[in-house]
Each structure stands twice: as C-alpha cells, then as structure tokens.
Design a protein. Structure first.
Ligand SMILES: O=P(O)(O)OC[C@@]1(O)O[C@H](CO)[C@@H](O)[C@@H]1O
Ligand SMILES: [Mn+2]
Length: 441
C-alpha cells in the first residue's frame, strides 16, 4: 500500500491552515481573554479576592499561550494532571519522533494543523483548570448561548415543523417518510454552517427559514449519498423484529442552532420508528469554540422548553422525556478531544470503538469530524472515502458536513476543478456540503 499523503499544515504559507493559525487562532485567544476580563466583577462577587486573582492568572496563562503561538515556539508538554494528559504528551513525543534531528522540536507552524489546533483548545482548558475557584468557567459559553438566542426565530420555525410532522407521521407513506427524512438531514447539514470557530467567535447564528430554503441549497451539496442511508434504515424497518433494536449514533458538533437541528432529526427518527434509540456523543471540555458539552446539551433542551412558545415547549418536554426514558443517551469520551485521527480509535480508545460498533448507523456532524475521519491529509479529491478512512469502519457511517477546511475526498473526476473554476474558495467558506457514506465491507 502506498504511504498516505502529508498532513495539512500551517507550514504551507497562504493555505487555510496557515491563515487559521496566523489570524483566527490568536483572535480566538484574544476573545477568550476579553471574556475573562469582562467577568471580573462576577468572579469577585462569587469568590471575592480569590476570584480576582484566578482571573488574572488565567489571563496571563492565555496571553502566554498566544505569544507561544504567534512566535512559533515549540509545543510544550501539558503540565496538568487530567486523565488525558499522558496521552497528549505521548502524542507530542510521537510528533517529535517524526522529525529528523535538524528539524528541531515540533512547533505551531511546523506540525500537522489538526494536532496544533486541537492542542490550542486543550491548552485553553489547561489554563482554566489551573485557576480555581474559576476552574469550571467555559470561556466560550457566552458565544454559544448568544448563537442560540439569535437563532430563536429559526428554531421556532423548526420546532413548529417538527410538531406538525409528528402529528401526521402515522399517515405518511414510504415515499413521504423518505422525503421528510431527507429534509431533516439537509436541515442538520446546513445547521453546520453556524459554527463559531470559523467566524472567530463572532455571531454566526441562523436568521433565515432554513426549511423553505432547502431546494435552493441543493445544488451546493457536492456529494450526496443519502440514498444509502434510506436503503439501510428502510431495510431495518421492514424486518420488524430488528426495528425495535435499531440504534443510531450522532457524533455531535456545534451547540446552539446546529444542535437543535440534530435534536429535531433525532426526534423524528424515533417518531418515524426508523430508530429505537439515539446515542449522542459530545465533548468533555469546551472545544473549537462552539462544540457541544453536556452542559450545552442540557441547557439547549431547557431553553427550548422555556422560550415561551407553545410548540417549542412541547418539543423541549418531549426531548427531556426521551432523555429520562433512555431513548436518548448522551455520552462523552475523552477521545473526542484528543488530536488523533479516527483510524487510531481502536488502539487509543478501544472502549469507544466497541461502543460505536453497536450502532446501525453513525452520523458524524461537522467539519472537524471530517478532518479526523480523513486524518486531515492532502488526499487527491478523487480518493475513495473508504480509503481515506484508513481502516476506521466501526459500523455504517455518514459524514454530514459543510466544507470549512482544505480536505475533501470521494469527488468525481473533474468535479473539484469545476468547483475551483467557479468558486476558488469552495473548500473553506461553508457554502458547500456533503453527505458521504461508508459501510464496512
Ligand atoms: O467542526 P466544525 O464546527 O464544523 O468546524 C470547525 C472549524 O471551524 O474549525 C476549523 C478551523 O478552525 C475548521 O476546520 C472548521 O471550519
Ligand atoms: Mn465545531
């Protein structure tokens, strides 16, 4: 087998990886510092002088981190004592082992982009947890919450759509059911436009009615393998005995509007009996600005319930019940916030891999998941998805992602060239999307 291609890296001046590390990453750190600063009074009211000292310390650690990044310093081992600290430091040693002696140490602009970007978020976490009593402060919570409130109108439209659909679900024939399923999947796809790390934490909420925009957005789906999902699920549905055992997994991405689109889809999967249980996978620590943690997951459900809108209230109550009854299960695992590509999961997190093997279908939401599925490498655009997964085949899976990084596989010959000709930045603006399916052979 030929060696897989090189990793994307900020070493490539002018690339999206380079611009991210040069411009966006320092901006995100500055914003985190500013957030801490603005909460100074709150820390004082809650914890007195100790809160103020902790805020100062956290700010100085984050400023130091920003300086290391901007001056391309070597990547330092983590100094905290969390369950993943050793794994991180071993990974750093592994990166070091890939370099020859003359290369020196792995540094911010001379290492794989996926590694250094993940490392930045892990270092933000390290900075905060070193600063009790504010060690549980999520520097990104404010932006995540803001995204939810600014998208409230779209969320209300979505909840209304879901409630109407649920009421008529028993009357839908096979084709109608399929069409509704595809609609909700597309809503969940376009929900992925709203991540906050791409906008450097600036507002990126959903303000239009995505339900009625779906037809107009269809031409922007560059890989559409939804038919495979339907074939798989309708097959399970027909073999009745199996239907009650259909488990689906959603590896979540962003909180706020995107999370609501995922919950709406998950609710439909149950009411249509396409699945009997949904397992969600979120992050254990604040991640890539907008990613969903357990707190965000519960918070969003609670907010939907208390928005003052009757149909949203019904959705919120229904979702709370799914959780209570175990039809929805939220899991988090430290692996999702490590820098490893998913092909390493069987070795690094065999328990998680075994868990995913129980699934009938795994949906991977978002761009970062795609980067980890494909190892964030410079694959040819026509490389088969199955090959780019490099042996990661726990169960049938589908990536649902808007394109926000320079990695894409499984395109038709000539397709990438055509896209480049019509829109040079097609890989990174989030305007295009994919549904890319793979099944173990
Ligand atoms: O996974 P998500 O939320 O869809 O996107 C995360 C993201 O914004 O972060 C990286 C840049 O910082 C990009 O790869 C990607 O666009
Ligand atoms: Mn994200």
């Amino acid at each position: 087998m030929a060696e897989p291609p090189a990793f994307l890296s900020a070493q490539d001046v002018g690339s999206f990886a380079y611009l991210t590390m040069k411009d966006r990453a320092p901006q995100i750190l500055t914003k985190a510092i500013d957030t801490l600063h603005r909460h100074k009074n709150e820390f004082f009211e809650k914890h007195g002088e100790k809160g103020m000292e902790a805020e100062k310390k956290a700010i100085s650690l984050l400023s130091k981190l920003r300086n290391e990044l901007q001056t391309d310093k070597p990547i330092n081992p983590l100094v905290d004592k969390c369950i993943d600290t050793d794994i991180w430091n071993q990974y750093l040693e592994y990166q070091q082992s890939l370099l020859s002696e003359s290369d020196g140490k792995p540094s911010w602009f001379h290492s794989p982009w996926l590694f250094v970007e993940c490392y930045m978020y892990r270092r933000i976490h390290e900075a905060i947890i070193q600063c009790p009593p504010i060690d549980d402060f999520d520097v990104f919570r404010e932006c995540k919450d803001k995204n939810f409130f600014e998208s409230q109108e779209s969320i209300s439209i979505l909840c209304t759509h879901l409630q109407q659909l649920t009421r008529s679900i028993e009357d839908l024939d096979e084709n109608q059911l399929k069409s509704e399923f595809f609609k909700l999947l597309q809503i969940s796809l376009w929900g992925n436009k709203c991540d906050l790390s791409l906008s450097g934490g600036k507002s990126s909420s959903q303000k239009t009615d995505v339900v009625s925009s779906l037809e107009d957005l269809k031409p922007f789906i560059v890989v559409n393998e939804l038919e495979h999902l339907w074939t798989l699920l309708s097959r399970y549905r027909k073999t009745r005995a199996k239907a009650s055992a259909v488990r689906m997994d959603i590896v979540l991405d962003n909180s706020g509007f995107e999370l609501v689109t995922d919950l709406v889809l998950a609710d439909f999967l149950l009411s249509s009996k396409l699945a009997a249980e949904i397992h969600f996978h979120g992050k254990t620590i604040p991640w890539f600005v907008s990613d969903t943690t357990l707190h965000d997951f519960s918070w969003v459900i609670e907010q939907v319930k208390h928005c003052g809108d009757k149909l949203m209230f019904q959705c919120g109550v229904g979702w709370e019940n799914h959780v209570k009854m175990g039809r929805w299960a939220y899991h988090d695992h430290v692996f999702w916030t490590l820098p490893h590509a998913y092909c390493s999961m069987p070795q690094v997190a065999p328990d998680l891999y075994a868990e995913l093997q129980k699934s009938c279908l795994i949906l991977f939401k978002g761009d970062l998941n795609y980067r980890k599925l494909t190892g964030d490498r410079k694959w040819e655009f026509t490389t088969p998805f199955h090959q780019a997964l490099e042996g990661f085949h726990p169960a049938p899976l589908c990536s649902i992602r808007t394109l926000k990084a320079e990695v894409q596989v499984g395109l038709q010959p000539g397709q990438a060239e055509q896209l480049t000709a019509s829109e040079p930045n097609w890989l990174t603006t989030g305007k295009y999307g994919i549904f890319q399916f793979d099944s173990p052979l």
